[in-house]
Design a protein around this ligand. Structure first.
Ligand code: NAD
Length: 297
């Protein structure tokens, strides 16, 4: 029988921790604030951003949605990100994709202040993650590991395959798995034989965006399968990358879509925002103390 690795319970517990920390910060006059920058009229993105905003509100976090519209230019988005990076009342920044065609996503990611980069989008954050230095990991990649931990799945010495190598999900998830002592194969659109690359993995993480890509032949008997994929259909369904019916009964454990990685990702974004607010507050205090001691005050 395939065990379902749901994310709701873990997400609730992360949100609860974030809410307690947000209340403690509010008591000293700090209201953790998240800015979500978007530049699209895509309805599923709007829905996702609204769901972050409502979860933030319930957690005691202010969420400022900065909607620049679908014709925003790289320059306009860049200016907004730099301003938010300098704004002492903003603690976390998300740059929501997709962006208008022709915008330079790489340049924009670099414009996110690393101290506020709560979804690990700036290459500085990713570099620090790979170098095993403190940084915010991309929340979805971290959610994969958090979900495995929550369900008591040991990663040490296991074989893992990650399908997808994006800088937001696949690559950081692969690095985090290696850091937990798994032996990892990374697959992507040019992998010649996906079945051969995945069929022996004890842990299979799929982050592609092609519904039904992963069928029974990709999955080892008893494997743990984490389905990150989310594709919205015209009739309002959300589909994962795994052919659930084909894999159910063969996999040992499988995340549902929706209700698996997604809610944990959102909860971690809120948790990172509160962490960022606390760190920025501590930094301001220590800067003030240093300035005071230098001026003899
Ligand atoms: P992306 O388009 O940036 O990357 C997709 C990756 O899949 C690429 O590395 C590509 O090489 C690989 N790929 C494409 N076709 C393939 C094939 N036939 N075989 C093997 N690999 C193939 O996407 P992304 O931003 O990494 O997102 C991946 C999926 O995860 C999407 O469905 C996205 O909506 C979803 N997602 C979910 C969450 C969440 O919280 N649940 C968060 C972020 C992304």
């Amino acid at each position: 029988m395939t065990r379902s690795l749901g994310g709701a319970e873990l997400a609730a517990s992360i949100r609860n921790d974030a809410s307690v920390a947000a209340d403690a910060l509010s008591e000293i006059g700090i209201r953790p604030t998240l800015a979500v920058v978007l530049a699209t009229d895509d309805e599923s993105t709007a829905w996702y951003v609204r769901s972050i905003a409502s979860a933030a509100k319930r957690t005691g976090i202010l969420c400022d949605i900065v909607d620049l519209g679908p014709s925003a230019t790289t320059e306009q988005i860049h200016t907004t990100l730099v301003e938010l990076g300098h704004d002492p009342d903003v603690h976390g920044i998300i740059l929501q994709t997709p962006l208008p065609e022709g915008t330079d996503l790489d340049a924009l990611r670099e414009a996110i202040n690393p101290a506020k980069d709560i979804d690990g989008a700036n290459p500085v954050s990713l570099g620090r993650l790979v170098a095993r230095l403190p940084a915010f990991a991309p929340a979805t990649a971290q959610a994969v590991i958090a979900l495995l931990d929550h369900h008591g799945i040991d990663l040490h010495g296991k074989t893992a395959a990650v399908v997808g190598r994006s800088t937001v999900v696949g690559s950081p998830a692969a690095h985090l798995l290696v850091q937990r002592n798994a032996t990892v194969t990374v697959c992507h659109r040019h992998t010649a034989d996906l079945v051969a690359a995945t069929r022996d993995a004890e842990i299979l993480v799929v982050a592609v965006g092609i519904p039904g890509l992963i069928r029974a032949e990709h999955v080892a008997e008893g494997a743990v399968v984490i389905d990150v994929g989310t594709t919205a259909t015209d009739d309002g369904q959300l589909l994962g990358d795994v052919d659930f019916a084909a894999v159910d009964g063969r996999a040992g454990a499988l995340t549902p879509v929706p209700g698996g990685v997604g809610p944990v990702t959102t909860a971690l974004l809120l948790n990172h925002t509160v962490d960022a607010a606390a760190t920025q507050y501590a930094q301001t205090r220590s800067d003030a103390l240093l300035t005071g001691s230098r001026s003899g005050g």
